[in-house]
Design a protein around this ligand. Structure first.
Ligand SMILES: Cc1cc2nc3c(=O)[nH]c(=O)nc-3n(C[C@H](O)[C@H](O)[C@H](O)COP(=O)(O)OP(=O)(O)OC[C@H]3O[C@@H](n4cnc5c(N)ncnc54)[C@H](O)[C@@H]3O)c2cc1C
Length: 382
């Protein structure tokens, strides 16, 4: 029997499994498909900065905690597996065609992050390819990126190295419960016992929490990406305009992202989606009009309608936890989430206050637990 079963082998499940197994736990990951093929593979790998001393929100603290861990995790993964995940500090330039960005830049500054509002000259100094029609721009020089498919490969190899077991092609469908403890996770093929269970099933998490009596407010939000090939690269920074962005890779590829679509579990690219991304890309960097289109894909982000993910114990059982709902930031927040999961499961003090990641106000009504029980669960975790 494993100490811990992690349900879902995306970046959150793999990171949590690696962190737990590196601290002595025996861990099994169960995935309904192959590990690392869903949102975590589809993402763009942007890693915005954060400053733990200055961030005051739950989102900001988890972003900052993760930010502190990325370089260290990259090095440990390389040492353990020989795989380079492509983590690098590329910087980002936020641009706007129609709104001033002073307030946004000031928000970054107030939380202790390095930000520079860019005059036209300074913008051209950093990137000549950006359209001269833009109205405003600022630069975050600590912004990083990772090649997420490579990072997932590294995590899977590192997990195997510390003894994590993988069970792929096994869809979890429910729980066997005795009193206030889950004893087994049920799959079509067999039931598996463990001391503790963590649901890291991304956009699919709700069905499993429902089986445990909690209507977790997590649903899929599709994001489409178009991949261009363009050599030499016309720019080095990530360039963003709100939810749209261009991410240059060192091998001459550029990701254009992304849409936000509530279409259930339908993963496909659409004419509308691809067309709008291409139009956006050329409006920001006109030289991309002659770039080659290599391919496109889409993924399902776990959307929870709030800034923070859920990282908490479910109220009705003592040994059933959830780490999901990271929406657009699951790659960035994965190392911090893994550390919090490890601290929560091993009964260790948390690096940051846990109350923002609880269920209150965000999970829909639970049939087995009153709101008082939900509050009690969260205060125990602080
Ligand atoms: C287009 C796009 C761009 C993005 N860009 C970024 C970015 O630049 N930076 C960033 O930080 N984040 C980004 N994200 C968000 C990020 O990818 C997600 O927040 C993150 O991948 C969520 O990770 P996860 O492990 O929770 O989910 P997933 O990667 O979806 O993994 C969930 C896993 O659970 C498994 N599973 C589900 N149900 C079951 C079940 N019943 N039984 C067994 N297994 C199950 C699935 O097969 C899957 O492997 C982006 C996402 C998309 C789609």
């Amino acid at each position: 029997m494993s100490d811990v079963i992690v349900v879902g082998g995306g970046v959150i499940g793999l990171s949590a499994a690696w962190e737990l197994a590196s601290h002595g736990a025996t861990v099994k990951i169960i995935d309904q498909r192959m590990i690392g093929q869903e949102a975590s593979w589809a993402g763009a790998g942007m890693l915005p900065p954060g400053n733990l001393a200055g961030e005051t929100s739950g989102e900001g603290r988890l972003r900052a905690l993760s930010c502190e861990l990325w370089a260290e995790w990259t090095q440990s993964l390389r040492e353990a597996t020989g795989i380079d995940n492509g983590y690098q500090n590329c910087g980002a330039i936020e641009v706007s065609f129609d709104r001033g960005l002073l307030d946004e830049a000031n928000t970054w500054k107030a939380s202790g992050n390095r930000v520079e509002l860019l005059s036209d000259d300074r913008r051209r100094h950093f990137e000549t390819a950006i359209s001269s029609s833009i109205k405003d721009a600022y630069r975050l020089d600590e912004f990083c990126q990772v090649r997420n498919p490579r990072h997932l490969k590294a995590l899977a190899a590192a997990c195997a190295e510390v003894g994590v077991e993988f069970l792929e092609g096994a869809a979890a469908c429910g729980w066997r419960v005795s009193g206030n403890r889950v004893t087994h996770i049920r799959t079509a093929g067999a039931d598996y016992a463990a001391g503790q269970f963590v649901i890291c099933s991304g956009a699919w998490s709700r069905q499993l929490t429902q089986e445990a009596g909690v209507e977790l407010n997590v649903e899929p939000m599709r994001g489409q990406i178009v991949l261009l090939r363009c050599s030499p690269l016309p720019f080095r920074h990530v360039i963003q305009d709100g939810a749209r962005y261009l991410v240059p890779r060192t091998d001459g590829r550029i990701l254009i992202g992304s849409t936000e679509e509530r279409v259930g579990f339908i993963k496909q690219n659409t004419v509308d989606g691809v067309q709008s991304l291409l139009k956006f890309a050329v409006s920001v960097v006109p030289a991309l009009a002659s770039a080659e289109i290599e391919r496109c894909w889409s993924g399902l982000r776990p959307f929870s309608g709030r800034e923070e993910p859920f990282i908490t114990r479910l109220p009705a059982q003592n040994n059933l936890f959830v780490a999901t709902g990271h929406f657009r930031s699951g790659l960035q927040m994965s190392p911090g989430t893994a550390v919090l999961v490890r601290q929560m499961l091993l009964g260790q003090e948390s690096s940051i206050p846990m109350s923002p990641y609880g269920l209150v106000g965000s999970a829909l009504a639970s049939k087995d637990a009153s709101i008082e029980e939900l509050v009690a669960t969260q205060s125990q975790q602080q």
